[in-house]
Design a protein around this ligand. Sequence first.
Ligand code: ATP
Length: 139
Amino acid sequence: MSTTILDIVTPERTVYSRPVEMVILRGAEGDLGILPGHMPLVTTLPIGLVRIKEEGRWSLVALSGGFLEVRPDRVTVLAEAAELPEEIDVARAERARERAERRLAEKGRSDIDYVRAELALKRALNRLRAAEEAKVSLR
Ligand code: ATP
C-alpha cells in the first residue's frame, strides 16, 4: 500500500507525523479525500475532523482550523490547535460548550463578542464529537 507523510503541527507541538494511506478532511471549498500522489494544493481549513487511514485502520484528529498544504509525497496541516481523541478533556469541552451557549443566548449585549462565542462553541462541539466517535470505534 503506498503512503504519504501526514504532519499535523500546531504552534506548540507536532500532533501527528506518520506515513498514512489516506486523509479525509473538509477544505474551504468542500470535502477532500487525499491519496498518495495527490496534486499540489493549498487551502484554508475550518474547524472540523481530520480522518486518517494508517495501516488499514481509521483514526481521527480534532482540528480547530488552520491551513493545508498537499504535495504528492506529503500532507501538512498547520493547525491553530489540534488534539488526538485520547487527549481531549471531555469535561473541559463541556464547560466550553456551556459557556459559549450561555453567551450566545444573551442576545443583543454589546459587550459580548458573538463571533468569538460561535467559534468557541464550534471548537467545543468538534472536540466532543471527536471524543465520542473515537469511543464508538474502539468498542
Ligand atoms: P477552552 O475555553 O476550554 O480553553 P478553547 O477552544 O478556547 O477551549 P483553544 O484556544 O482552541 O481552546 O486551545 C488552547 C489549547 O488548549 C490548545 O493547545 C488546545 O489543544 C487545548 N485544548 C482546548 N480544549 C481542550 C480540551 N477539551 N481537551 C484537551 N485540550 C484542549
